[in-house]
Structure formats: structure tokens, C-alpha cells
Write a protein that binds this ligand. Structure first.
Ligand SMILES: Nc1ncnc2c1ncn2[C@@H]1O[C@H](COP(=O)(O)OP(=O)(O)OP(=O)(O)O)[C@@H](O)[C@H]1O
Ligand SMILES: [Mg+2]
Length: 297
């Protein structure tokens, strides 16, 4: 098994390199490759996690299919053996971790849905009792379940952190009709996924969707309901009023906090044990969610 940290493909233009994924232009389409990189505290760590890119990609593909009854998506091909010949040449590198997708015109809005209150939403609520322009019940505790999932969009910023935007303001900028559709779809997608995951022992506390347009149709794009775009909490350890254990990165965070790293400089390597445990954790997330054994050779 090969670990993939950086990806270059001869003859293909790299459109973007995110913290974890790399996007390439392929004719009118896009090739998304998920690497084995991991980030924590907003830094890309120097250590690669075995199988992580493959697992993450498989989780996203699983959800795209699972949610297909609600909305079409950008997937064109997920099987490297069925990729065009020029890409098949790179099969060893691309296998399991890459998808060919329709190139969409992206709506520059991160469609955040929260079923539970935590993170930046919790910080905002503590200050104002609201998130964006949504007034919430009083006396919520950190990580409490919300009466209903809420839509709290943010704008997509080219650099740095995305910035929250009220629904009213988003409607003024992008048009009420578009925002209404994204809001309705985002909540429907979240509910169907969260109900399912809960039965399998995982709380999806919140997540972020992106939508795009292809031939005047709105479709679901990017990655869907992965640990990178969502908060997954193990149900059996859930207890409101405190921080929850993150399903995937807890070992990594705990380890980093136990070192003398100042979180303001290049992060250290992870020890082998943490690396293996983290890989195992991603595998468990995959198996719990899909109900399938993760097999890889
Ligand atoms: N089908 C698609 N067509 C066009 N662009 C897409 C499509 N799917 C995803 N994208 C875009 O590709 C980019 C993926 O970037 P990526 O998520 O790797 O980096 P990022 O969001 O800047 O950073 P981070 O690593 O923190 O997520 C996003 O800008 C997303 O909107
Ligand atoms: Mg992203």
C-alpha cells in the first residue's frame, strides 16, 4: 500500500490544492484526488495516515449515492478501472482515492447545517443567544441537540476562515430563490444522513454542503459528510455540557496537546502508534457508516 502525500499528474493542470484534496482539470471535467494528509488545529501535519485518503473518498461516495433520492450530484466515475486511458496509467496512485466529476459553477456559499450546537455556533450563541439571525432556545448547553436542524451559511473566502452570513443577507446577495433551495435541500440532506448515522452509533453534529450548477441544474458537489466536512461524535460517549470526543482526530489532537508544540509553528511528526490508531479510527467510521467491512489490498 502506497501513502500519497502530494500528487502531480503529467499533462494535467492542478486547479487547487486544499489541506487534504487535490483538484485537477481533465477536459471539461475535474479529477479529485484525496491524499493521506491530515490536518489538525488548522495545520497540515507532516505525517501521512495510512489509507486515510481512500477511506475519506469512499465515505463521500457512499453518501452521494445514499442521498441521490434528494438531489443529483457531480459524480461521473468512481472506479479507476473505468477512467479514461490517460488517467488509468496512474492507477496505482489514484485507485480508491479519486473521482471524476462534472465541472460545476460553484455557489460561493458554504451550506452549514447544525443539528447540535458547538464550535463557532456555540461561541456565537453564548454572546447573543443567536446564530446568524436565528434565535435559539435559552439555556442550551455546549453540544446540546437543537430542537430542529438549522441552516447557518457562511461565505466561501479565498483565503483564511469562512465568514458566517445571516440568511437575510445571503438572500440579498444571491437571491432569495437560490438560498431557499439550498436551505431546504441542505436540511433535508442532513436529516436523512443524520437519522441513518444515529442508528449506527454516530452523531453527525453538523456538516457543510456545497452546491453548484451544471447546465442550469443545481447539484451537490465537493465532498459529502466526511469527517473533514462534518463533526462526527460517537453516540455511546455523548454527553451535553462538555466538548465531545471527535470520532476521527481525537488521538491526534490529544497527542499534539501533550507535546510542547506551540500551535504557532510547523507541527511535529506523529508517533507510529498514533498514526496507526488514527488510521484504525477512520476505518471504524467507514465500517459503522456503511455497514460494510473495509477491505483494501
Ligand atoms: N464539481 C465541482 N466543480 C467545480 N469545483 C468543485 C467541484 N467540487 C468541488 N469543487 C471545488 O473544489 C475546491 C476543493 O477545495 P478543497 O476543499 O480541497 O480546499 P479548501 O476548501 O480551500 O480547503 P480545505 O482543505 O480546508 O477544505 C472547492 O473550492 C470546491 O468548491
Ligand atoms: Mg473544502
Amino acid at each position: 500500500m502506497r501513502l500519497i502525500g502530494e500528487v502531480e499528474i503529467e499533462g494535467l493542470e492542478k486547479l487547487k490544492s486544499g489541506k487534504v484534496r487535490e483538484m485537477f482539470s481533465y477536459n471539461n471535467e475535474i479529477l479529485i484526488v484525496t491524499t493521506d494528509r491530515i490536518s489538525a488545529f488548522d495545520y497540515i501535519l507532516p505525517t501521512l495516515i495510512p489509507l486515510k485518503g481512500i477511506i475519506l473518498n469512499q465515505i463521500s461516495v457512499f453518501w452521494f449515492h445514499f442521498l441521490n433520492n434528494i438531489m443529483g450530484n457531480h459524480l461521473l466515475e468512481t472506479d479507476v478501472d473505468a477512467f479514461p486511458k490517460t488517467l488509468r496509467k496512474h492507477k496505482e496512485m489514484l485507485k480508491g482515492r479519486s473521482v471524476l466529476v462534472k465541472r460545476a459553477k460553484i455557489y460561493p456559499i458554504e451550506c452549514v447545517v447544525r443539528g447540535y450546537i458547538t464550535g463557532s455556533g456555540w461561541e456565537e450563541y453564548k454572546q447573543s443567544g443567536k446564530i446568524g439571525d436565528l434565535k435559539l432556545p435559552r439555556n442550551l448547553k455546549n453540544c446540546d441537540k437543537l430542537p430542529e436542524p438549522i441552516f447557518t451559511p457562511s461565505t466561501k473566502e479565498v483565503s483564511g476562515h469562512d465568514v458566517g452570513i445571516t440568511i437575510n443577507k445571503a438572500k440579498k446577495i444571491f437571491g432569495a430563490k437560490v438560498i431557499d433551495v439550498m436551505m431546504e435541500k441542505s436540511i433535508e440532506l442532513y436529516k436523512q444522513a443524520a437519522d441513518y448515522a444515529l442508528k449506527r452509533g454516530i452523531i453527525i453534529a453538523d456538516t457543510k454542503f456545497e452546491f453548484g450548477a451544471v447546465d442550469n441544474q443545481t447539484i451537490l458537489v465537493d465532498e459529502v459528510l466526511t469527517p473533514d466536512s462534518s463533526r462526527f461524535w460517537p453516540l455511546d460517549a455523548y454527553e451535553p455540557g462538555r466538548q465531545q470526543k471527535s470520532f476521527d482526530k481525537q488521538f491526534v489532537r490529544d497527542y499534539l496537546l501533550s507535546t510542547d508544540w506551540d500551535r504557532n509553528s510547523a507541527p511535529p511528526e506523529l508517533p507510529e502508534e498514533i498514526r496507526q490508531k488514527t488510521s484504525q479510527r477512520y476505518m471504524t467510521a467507514y465500517e459503522k457508516l456503511t455497514g460494510k467491512k473495509f477491505r483494501w489490498k
